[in-house]
Design a protein. Structure first.
Length: 393
């Protein structure tokens, strides 16, 4: 028998390791490799946000904050939600500041589901959705999406996946890893399923500020009758290039958020005080920095679609949001885990294999176009070479 000090809980063992992180960890072994694998904005945090954090430290914001975040930040979030997302929340009871969108999601699952409950997610979907649901004791159930319609699910497939154990449906729009933006009619259909089956709707809107052309992100909580069964998750990380600051927020029903404050005390106590002052400057300050980044991502999106579309055996639906493309390379190989490793070690470009995002997503790759123009152009050249070599093999 092994020592009890070496035992690991079954709950922890059930959490799948991230293939994205695996590629990230292998990258330092290849000098000069260009990474298109991680969703890391290639921009610095805007100066007025940094200055606000520095001033906050000088002003004594070095102590604990309320579990749910400073009230003035929650008030600013409520103003933004009404102005941008089209629904109202009470900042005192229906807005909550978190350690990034990741903790917002984990809090939602820790409070919103019981062991054995099922949560519907799409295939593909962000790899950590599966892990967080599992960590909370739930069971992720994958609903297929259709590459032919931009990786959107069919409402009837969502309906068919509902069982007596289903507790929630998670919608991520704009989507990581595909860049799909859910149209209003599809969201209405999913919302109707939630109402008819008395389900919680979890709406991950981390990339809601990053949509392109005439496409706009829609918040399901703005639909009549949906706000009281919807938890909406947002982040400062992508919109304001603040990934390392670790701050996000959610809105949702007051009874859930009261319990979240208790669970937050056990998980993180509170969010970094100075970071909250930086977030306040972000949400209440000038927004031209967001528009500058959005336009750059749109330009890079267009480059990625054009370059990938010229590679034999590769199909790439145009992403309408976020900063990811999810090309279909099944004519090259279905084993994209091995392909990603060959691309790294033989061609010095890092992408994420489709297997990281769902059981049916082998044969696809995720690449991020959040990096600099120079790295993106060179990374695409290396990717073209690597895919051509794999096709010949």
């Amino acid at each position: 028998m092994g020592s009890t000090t070496n035992r690991v809980s079954a709950r922890a063992r059930a959490v799948p390791a991230s293939l994205i992180r695996r590629m990230f960890d292998m990258t330092p072994r290849v000098p000069g490799a260009i990474s298109l694998a991680v969703g890391e904005p290639g921009f610095a945090t805007p100066p007025h946000i940094i200055e606000a954090a520095c001033q906050a430290l000088h002003d004594g914001f070095t102590k604990y904050s309320p579990n749910e975040g400073y009230l003035d930040l929650r008030e600013a979030i409520a103003e933004k939600i009404e102005r941008v997302n089209g629904y109202r929340v009470d900042p005192a009871s229906e807005a909550f500041v978190t350690v990034g969108a990741m903790e917002a999601l984990l809090l939602t699952f820790m409070v919103g589901i019981d062991p054995g409950d099922e949560v519907l997610i799409t295939d593909p979907s962000y790899t950590n959705f599966e892990g967080q649901i599992t960590l909370a004791g739930g069971r992720p159930v994958f609903v297929p999406t259709d590459p032919g319609r931009g990786y959107l699910p069919h409402a009837e497939d969502v309906e068919a996946a509902v069982t007596a154990r289903t507790r929630a449906i998670l919608v991520n729009s704009p989507s990581n890893p595909t860049g799909a933006v859910y149209p209003r009619d599809l969201l209405h259909a999913i919302a109707d399923i939630c109402v008819r089956h008395d389900l919680l709707l979890v709406s991950d809107e981390t990339y809601s500020a990053l949509t392109y052309g005439d496409i706009r992100s829609v918040s399901p909580a703005s639909f009549p009758g949906l706000r009281d069964r919807t938890v909406s998750v947002y982040s400062f990380s992508k919109e304001y290039a603040m990934t390392g600051w670790r701050i996000g927020y959610l809105t949702g029903p007051a009874p859930m958020l009261r319990v979240m404050a208790v669970v937050q005390e056990q998980m993180a106590s509170c969010v970094n005080s100075a970071t909250q002052r930086a977030a306040l400057a972000a949400v209440r300050g000038p927004q031209d920095c967001v528009e500058t980044m959005r336009r750059a991502y749109q330009r890079r999106r267009d480059l990625v679609v054009e370059r990938l579309g010229g590679i034999p055996g590769v199909r790439c639906p145009r992403p309408d949001g976020a900063f990811y493309a999810f090309p279909d390379v099944r004519e090259v190989t279905h084993d994209t885990r091995s392909l990603a490793e060959r691309l790294l070690f033989e061609h010095r470009v890092v992408v994420s294999p489709g297997e990281a995002f769902g059981p049916r997503s082998g044969g696809f790759l995720r690449l991020s176009y959040a990096s600099s123009d120079e790295d993106l152009a060179e990374g695409l050249t290396r990717l073209e070479s690597g895919l051509a070599a794999a096709r010949r093999a």
